[in-house]
Each structure stands twice: as C-alpha cells, then as structure tokens.
Design a protein around this ligand. Structure first.
Ligand SMILES: *[C@@H]1O[C@H](CO)[C@@H](O)[C@H](O)[C@H]1NC(C)=O
Ligand SMILES: *[C@@H]1O[C@H](CO)[C@@H](O)[C@H](O)[C@H]1NC(C)=O
Ligand SMILES: *[C@@H]1O[C@H](CO)[C@@H](O)[C@H](O)[C@H]1NC(C)=O
Ligand SMILES: *[C@@H]1O[C@H](CO)[C@@H](O)[C@H](O)[C@H]1NC(C)=O
Ligand SMILES: *[C@@H]1O[C@H](CO)[C@@H](O)[C@H](O)[C@H]1NC(C)=O
Length: 342
C-alpha cells in the first residue's frame, strides 16, 4: 500500500496519484478484461435514483428530485427513474461501454445491508444529485462525496463476507472500475460560501477542493480501488440557468468557466472543448425549461433541462469519448484502463 503525504502541495498529491497509476501501467502486462463491477460516485450527472431517497423536511428543505415527468420520458417504460435526463444518462453509457445493461443500481434504493449475494452483482452507484466534494455543498439535502465513500465502506464489508475474506475481496475490487465525477456543485457560489469569503481568492478555494478530491481518491485507493475513471467537470458558465440569470440568453459566464477550467487544469486533461469537438447542432439552448413541454428533437440538444443536465444523446457521446478518446479522462481512457492487468 502506497502512502501519500497529505500535508504538501495539493496539486502534488493528485500528481502523485496519477503518477502512481502510470507507474503501474508501465509494469502491467497488457491483457483484455472487463470489470467485475462498477462503483460510481458523484453528482446528478451520474445519479440513477439516489436523489429520491435523500430525506427532506422542514428543517433541511427539499432535495432536488428527478421523480416527476418529463424526466425519463425516453427511458424504457417512459417513466421517471431518478435520472436527471430524458433517458439513459452518462452512468448508463459508461456501464454499457463495458458490456453491462445499464448503470449498477442506486445504492440507496436497496435494503441495508446490500448486496445479499454475488450472483447478478454489477456494483453500486452512490452518485447523488447536488452532491459536492465539500460536505456542506448542499449539505443536508444530498449525499456529499465523503458520505458516498462511507456507503461504499458498508458495501465493502458486505462484499468481504460474501466473498469469504480480505484476499478475494481485494482481488475483486482491483478488477472493478471506480468512476468519479464531482466538483460542479462546489464551483457554484450559491452553494459554496467559500467563494464569498473575502480572505479566499478563487484559486485558493479551487486548490482546497482539489486537495479534498485527492483525499477522497486516496481513501478509495486505501479501500481497494485500483482502476479509476475520473471525469472532468463541464463549463458550468454555459449551463442554461447560469446564462439566464447572469447574462441573458446567449452569453456564457466567463468568470465561472474560468473557475471550472482552473479546476480541470488542476485535475488533468480538459473536458471543456468536448462540446465543440462533437459538433452539436444546438449546444447552447435547452430542450426543457423545467416546466411545460420538452422539445421533440431531443437528439439535437446538448442540454436536457434548464439546470444544465445533459440529454441522453449527449451522455451517449460523452461516454464514447471517455471510452475511446485520450483527452477526457485521467489518468487513462477506459479502454486502456481495462487492458491493464493490475
Ligand atoms: C465530512 O464528512 C465525513 C463523513 O461524515 C467525515 O468523516 C469528515 O470528517 C467530514 N469532513 C469535514 C471536513 O468535516
Ligand atoms: C472569482 O470568480 C468570480 C466569477 O465567478 C469573479 O467574479 C471574481 O472576481 C473572482 N474573484 C477573484 C478574487 O478573482
Ligand atoms: C428543434 O425544434 C425546434 C422547434 O420545436 C426548432 O425551433 C429548432 O430549430 C429545432 N432544432 C434545434 C437544433 O433547435
Ligand atoms: C448510443 O450511440 C450509439 C452509436 O454510437 C447508438 O448505436 C446507440 O443506439 C445510442 N444509444 C442510445 C440509447 O441513444
Ligand atoms: C486510449 O489511449 C491510448 C493511449 O493512452 C491510445 O493509444 C488509444 O488509441 C486510446 N484508445 C482509443 C480507442 O482511442
């Protein structure tokens, strides 16, 4: 087990993690294999229903839930599933790329403890709408990243029992894929009071978030994760709601995009030019206002709703870019990741 110094420069911590995997890659014999299971962590872009189970109430407020029309209108059955999308989302297309039918189930939709048997187990998805890297980013109405990791620890104990001990558990986890996509919510000033702290410039806060992210990945590694797919965040300043609030209809908020870019730069390769690269017909507008009737030409839109969640079509193309390209994932594209015999 490799130990990372957590006190030093925050960027250095992540670099150390990346380097560690690169070193493994060099040492690894190439051999094609598919993951035993997929474990996903993140926010609404990867959530497949956990948001429905987050408790709300008078004291904490109501969580944002994708449990009403028109969410899921293009999903098999045409009903809401808790995905912030018209159909399958990014979590599903990543899982599909590895031969699974769709994303593993939302962990919070299952009884505790789960799983109860290995047969049919494909992993769990802990991603929850509105979740951030910081505990208090939307704190009481979501499952922040560190809580999601806590849920995974419970899953892990259960798997250890089912698999018969530490050794088979570690083998199983080393052959599983860990997908993490988070940070967007932490970058919105409304949800993260640190942006308004006069003693904190933007860079200090980005570095702090990256440091926390590094801590989370290090924790997952200590728990047995070996194959990671880290998803960069998108240019939040172009999401429909930001544009509507700050600039009117057709201008992105450059301050916010700069912040997102700073975050991605600190994380690794950029995701931010994905939209232009994929040549979308309509990358600015949204299909659905959040009320009223959605558009009918949904494959022509990048944004599904006003909150900036992607359409099914956008999720499909994004997953394809992760799977095949070399630009949008760190440390490797998923094809390469699973060709490695770690
Ligand atoms: C965030 O929450 C986790 C899980 O409850 C806890 O272990 C951790 O100490 C918290 N971090 C901070 C900075 O409060
Ligand atoms: C931080 O970013 C915001 C845009 O989100 C910008 O308005 C502000 O001037 C920046 N603050 C500093 C200190 O750079
Ligand atoms: C989609 O359909 C709407 C009308 O419903 C039309 O205005 C628009 O040009 C079409 N295409 C795009 C890319 O928006
Ligand atoms: C996703 O894209 C592939 C082509 O890249 C296509 O064959 C498939 O039908 C798409 N799936 C959905 C659900 O749109
Ligand atoms: C994945 O990345 C590797 C190098 O990192 C590259 O050789 C390979 O072509 C990429 N896969 C695809 C399908 O582009």
């Amino acid at each position: 087990m490799q130990h990372f110094a957590m006190k030093g420069s925050t960027a250095a911590i992540l670099t150390t993690i990346m380097m560690f995997f690169q070193v493994l890659a060099i040492a690894a014999a190439m051999e094609l294999s598919t993951p035993q299971a997929i474990f996903m962590f993140g926010d609404g872009a990867l959530d497949v229903g956990n948001n429905i189970y987050v408790p709300g109430g008078a004291e904490v407020g109501e969580p944002t839930r994708a449990d009403q029309p028109y969410y899921g209108m293009d999903f098999p059955g045409g009903t809401p599933t808790g995905r912030f999308c018209n159909g399958y989302n990014l979590a599903d297309f990543i899982a599909k790329a590895f031969g699974f039918e769709m994303s593993p189930p939302a962990s919070e939709s299952l009884p505790k403890p789960s799983p109860t048997k290995m047969e049919g187990f494909t992993g769990f998805n802990y991603a929850t709408g509105d979740a951030g890297i910081r505990n208090f980013t939307n704190g009481d109405i979501t499952n922040p990243l560190f809580y999601q990791i806590g849920f995974f620890e419970s899953t892990r104990s259960q798997l250890k029992t089912l698999l018969g001990g530490r050794k088979p558990l570690n083998y199983f986890l080393s052959k599983s894929l860990f997908v993490v996509g988070i940070g967007t919510m932490d970058l919105f000033p409304d949800y993260n009071p640190y942006w308004n702290n006069p003693e904190n410039d933007n860079q200090t806060e980005v570095q702090h978030l990256i440091s926390l992210y590094g801590e989370a990945l290090t924790t997952l590694h200590a728990l047995g994760a070996r194959k990671f797919g880290i998803i960069n965040i998108s240019p939040i300043g172009c999401s429909p709601i930001v544009m509507a609030v700050t600039h009117g209809e057709d201008l992105c908020n450059t301050g916010m995009n700069n912040r997102a870019q700073e975050f991605n730069r600190a994380l690794g390769p950029l995701l931010s030019d994905l939209r232009s690269k994929l040549r979308f017909t309509n990358t600015m507008g949204m299909c659905w206002q959040g009320y009223g009737t959605p558009c009918s030409n949904r494959t022509e839109f990048w944004y599904w709703d006003i909150y900036g969640y992607m359409t099914e079509h956008a999720a499909n193309l994004t997953a394809a870019a992760f799977y095949g390209g070399r630009k949008f994932t760190t440390p490797f594209n998923f094809t390469r990741l699973f060709a490695m015999n770690i």
